[in-house]
Structures are given as structure tokens and as C-alpha cells.
Design a protein around this ligand. Sequence first.
Ligand SMILES: *Cc1c(COP(=O)(O)O)cnc(C)c1O
Length: 382
Amino acid sequence: MLNLKNQNWENTPTPFYYYDLELLNQTVTLAHQEAARYGYHVHYALKANSNAPILKTMQQYGFGADCVSGNEIKQALANGFGADQIVFAGVGKSDAEIKIALDADIFCFNCESVQELEIINELAAQQNTTAWIALRINPNVNANTHKYITTGLEENKFGINTWELPEVLTLLNQLTHLEFIGIHFHIGSQITDLQVFEQLCVRVNEIQQWFREQGFNLKHLNVGGGLGVDYYTPENNAIPDFAAYFAIFNRLLEVQPGQVVHFELGRALVAQCGALISRVLYIKKGQKKNFAILDAGMTELIRPMLYQAHHKIENLSSNLPEQTYDVVGPICESSDCFAQNVVLPETHRHDVIAIRTAGAYGEVMASNYNLREKATAIYSSN
Ligand SMILES: *Cc1c(COP(=O)(O)O)cnc(C)c1O
């Protein structure tokens, strides 16, 4: 990340999202290089950040798109991704969204339930076409991450459980408008314990073996995303360890001749290049604690409130001795607090505050609750 303190934001209204495109390019370059080493295909998960300049960058590196809604499919197509590079996941695809994907003739639907298979088959039949599908399988691997972003356990709503697979195979024989091309997994997000991916590889191997025994040779293996980032010391780890991540799959995943391996990365590619820039509106001194009240709140970045997520907070304006603050937003909700007991240089009204690592799941989750304006995005490449 550029030195945020050197930026001249004197006359720039806050709050806004700031994106360092230089860091984004470095990150994507490295991810691309490490994936290319093994011939892996990377699909960028649009839901992490779907701004056009970000998508353009991903698309330029030849990444595909991982979409979870009909509008994300449209946004991917509008930003230069080929339909043949688009995968479509989601536990609740609506009929209208399935039709958008069928009309665009996307590469693959990652299907999450028995009933979804029947509906896609029905809609594909109506359009006189064949949908390529992969089964999203719940491998029952614990991602060791926050419970709201764990997706690969049997208690989660995502994916098809392994005990359902015999029934699914029988059904697939009857669904003549589906072409079964592979299996898909996505076990959670912000995974920092890389051993979790080792366990995933072991499960994928077992499940693949089972399919082979049933007479299916799968052309595509999609192992999802989930690689985490360092929210505590972003300056030390601006770029995730893509080399270590892809090397695990190369070492442990049993890839059959001709098989194509796909990844779906979101957060790891975009989180560090973004920051939410805000100003202090008021300092409220209490007997127990001091509050720094910002002009940004949960409407601009909800992760701390939704997942108790940690984001590094910096005062870019002050070099005074340190004090402790609860850093809160202006929204009429007690949960609208970015962090408690944050040590900052003594902070005053109008100081500029950076909330770091906000490039993923920040702007995309913005709301206009309290009828707030949508914050703008500012891009820098120098
Ligand atoms: C959200 C999501 C991803 C991306 O997850 P990250 O943790 O941002 O890498 C990948 N695949 C699917 C199916 C998803 O829903």
C-alpha cells in the first residue's frame, strides 16, 4: 500500500474507498504467476469487489469470473470476461438468474442441491439447450474461521452432502439437459491456517476416487477460494503467500491426466489494496472511555459489526502522544463500532482516519441505511 500519510486529501470529501491499483497489480501478477506454474485456472470471486477498474485488472490477467448472482454474471460480461470463463455458484439461484446464465451460455453452474439440478434441467430443456454443471460438494472440512464465513461443514447450508451423492448420480442419468463436468468445493473464507487446505485436498482425493469407482472421470476440479489475508499488520503482508497456497494443491491434490483445476479467489486478491478513508466528526470524552466518532460507519464497512472482524485503524493526521479510543460510526445502532480500545495518537475533529484492508467485502456490502449517500471510490496508481 502507498504511504497513506503522504496523500493530499485536504479537499476530498469523506468517507470514500481508496484503492491502490499498483498494489492490486502486484498482487494479481504474483497470483497469476504462481497459479500458472501448475496450469491452474483462477476465477475471481466478484462478490468481494465488483468495481469496474478491479474487474478490468482481473480480466487482463486472464482470470475467469466466479459469480453468485445474475447481476454479477451481467457485470462480469460487461467488463470483458468471456461467458466461457464464468462459473455460477449460490445456494439459492432464482429461475430468472438461471435463465440469464443459460442465455449467456456460461461455462459452468456449481449446483448446490438436488432440487436445483432438477430446475436447471427443466429451464435448460425449455430453452432447448444443455447446461454444464459441477456438483458443489460439502466435504465436511472445518475451515477454522469465523462461524459466519465457514461453509464446508455439514451444518452449513451450502453444497450437497456426500451421503446424497448416490441419489444425485441416479438423478443425473435422467436429467438429459445437464452435462456433468466436475466437482466443486468452497469451504469458507479468511482461512489463514493453510493446513485446512491440506485437509481439503485429502477429502477431494477421496471423493474423486469414489466418482471413479462409479465410472465417472471428472474433467474439472474446482477447489474454491478462501485464502485469508493479514488484517493485523497489512504493511508487513501486503500480498498473501500465493506460492505456499498453490504449492499445497500441487503437492497433495491428485490430478488425473487431462483434468483442469480451478480456483476461486476473492479476498486474497483485493482486500489489501483498499482502505476506507474517513474523518473524525467528534471526540466524546467519557469517564470510562473516549469515543472517536467517524463520518464512516457500518454502512460503508460492516465486517467488524457482522463478523467481529478486526481492521487496522490509523490516524493519518496526528503525531501526538497515544491515547485509547472506541472508534465508532455515526449510525443509530450501538453495534456501529469499528473497534474498542484502539490506541491512536491523540485524535481531534477533522483528523483523517484510514481503516485498512477494506478492499474485499467492504464497498460491496454498503447500504444506505439512515438514508446515507453511497461513498465514492478513488483509485490511485502512482
Ligand atoms: C465467496 C466465494 C468465493 C471467494 O471467497 P474468498 O474467501 O473471498 O476467496 C469463492 N467461491 C465461492 C463459491 C464463494 O461463494
